[in-house]
Ligand binder design. Structure first.
Ligand SMILES: *Cc1c(COP(=O)(O)O)cnc(C)c1O
Length: 422
């Protein structure tokens, strides 16, 4: 049988055939041969509570038997209202208007479009977007533009709109230069805002952890200083919490940990516990108010076929129930504790860093994205039953919260041996 599938981020000419996943159970993926692989990347950062979690399965099944989908421009429905209300209850400040879309890229796309029209509606000429070095915001054209410095998008450079790019003061445990780096990054931000601040529409940043850029972490105080400067320039601030949302950084959202309330926040990956593709962009009351008017022109004319899919909303509600439970909160704390212990003991791990359930370090000697050494390491880890996906020479763990202490410790044992010879 020829396989007609065109896979994401894959050179088909040299790609090996993939195992067939048939079942998931807790943090494990089981393939057609019965092999069990520990999912240390939460299946592209989406899974929170483990695969095929019965509570979410049941919530989706019940909802599917009642109402699977309905046109959201003509009807509202209870799962959407309840999910939006619960999200707003958890979010800080005046973040209170929930716009549904389909995935992380569209959540960012929506934030950029909202910011752009916000200024248009107010009659102010602000149309520039500010991004950050190493930022990644998804693969649609606006999201690629905001993340253009990531270097993933060379094939489409002439399609992207211009973006000002500020440095991101990435740091790690015991980094002696952190303050100097932050000062330099803020000085460059000041320079950019001095020149462009008056026409800046929105600054888009991944708070505390840049994901695809290499699990690059920054200090909360630096993020607060960035936010203050963006605000002082009069621009909107958008947090892309597509990856950091729903407990990843230890708090429900990274903005809570950082103590910064953005004007727009983008959420997706963990929103449904990893069951269905869904996203929201939550806007402040101030942003919302600028779209109220007598004509359709001022309204936000954007939407997707599956907007606020009831199955996704039901999954989101069930996932929030689990996330709010003491059992899950305890697991999140335990994962961070084990990450710190184990990574702290690995003397040869370069630039070790932990934020909440995310641990990362560099492997000496490995090179850029997709190089041979990294591929070899990834393959060796896979043969030992661990699914990891190094980003360049960065190795990171981002497990589902249901992972047990034993499973996580065993994974660290294997990683220490294979990646660091320890
Ligand atoms: C994954 C990711 C996106 C894109 O989300 P998709 O669902 O893949 O479109 C955007 N921003 C961040 C920070 C991400 O990690």
């Amino acid at each position: 049988m020829t396989d007609p599938i065109w896979r994401p981020f894959t050179q088909a000419k040299s790609a090996p055939p993939l195992p067939m996943a048939v079942r998931g159970e807790g943090a494990w993926i089981i393939d057609a041969t019965g092999r069990r692989t520990l999912d240390l990347v939460s299946s592209w950062w989406v899974n929170l509570h483990g695969h095929a979690h019965p509570a979410i399965v049941q919530a989706i099944a019940e909802q599917a038997g009642r109402l699977e989908q309905v046109i959201f421009a003509e009807f509202s429905h209870e799962p959407a209202v309840r999910l939006a209300t619960r999200l707003v209850d958890h979010l800080p400040g005046e973040l209170s208007r929930v716009f549904f879309s389909d995935d992380g890229s569209t959540a960012v796309e929506v934030a950029i479009k909202m910011a752009h029209q916000f200024w248009r509606n107010k009659g102010e000429a602000r149309n520039r977007v500010l991004g950050f070095e190493g930022g990644y915001h998804g693969d649609t054209v606006g999201a690629m533009s905001a993340g253009r410095s990531s270097g993933f998008f060379d094939a489409w450079n002439d399609l992207l709109f211009p973006v000002d790019v500020a440095p991101f003061a990435a740091t790690w445990d015991g980094d002696p230069k952190v303050e100097a780096k932050e000062q330099a990054a803020l000085a460059e931000l000041d320079r950019i805002l001095g020149a462009e601040g008056h026409r800046l529409s929105v600054a888009v940043i991944e708070p505390l952890v840049q994901g695809a850029g290499g699990m690059r972490m920054c200090r909360p105080e630096y993020l607060r200083a960035v936010a203050d400067r963006v605000r002082a320039a009069g621009a909107l601030l958008a947090f892309d919490e597509v990856m950091t949302g729903f407990g990843r950084t230890g708090t429900l959202f990274a903005c809570l940990k950082a103590g910064v309330t953005p004007d727009l926040i983008c959420l997706s990956k963990g929103l449904t516990g990893g069951f269905l593709a869904m996203a929201v962009t939550v806007a402040s009351q101030t942003v919302w108010n600028a779209f109220l008017g007598d004509g359709i022109d001022q309204a936000f004319l954007h939407g997707h076929s599956y907007t606020a899919n009831p199955l996704g909303c039901a999954a989101g509600l069930a996932s929030l129930d689990l996330l709010e439970s003491k059992a899950t909160q305890d697991r999140i704390a335990a994962i961070e504790r084990i990450h710190r212990q184990r990574l702290g003991a690995l003397r040869s791990a370069l630039h070790p860093r932990v934020t909440g359930t995310i641990a990362a370090f560099e492997v000496a000697g490995a090179g850029g994205y997709g190089n041979a050494e990294t591929k070899r390491l990834k393959q060796a880890l896979f043969e030992h039953g661990l699914l990891l996906r190094p980003l360049g020479n960065t190795l990171y763990l981002l497990p589902p919260y249901c992972i047990t202490d034993d499973e996580l410790n065993t994974a660290w044992d294997v990683i220490a041996r294979l990646a660091l010879g320890g």
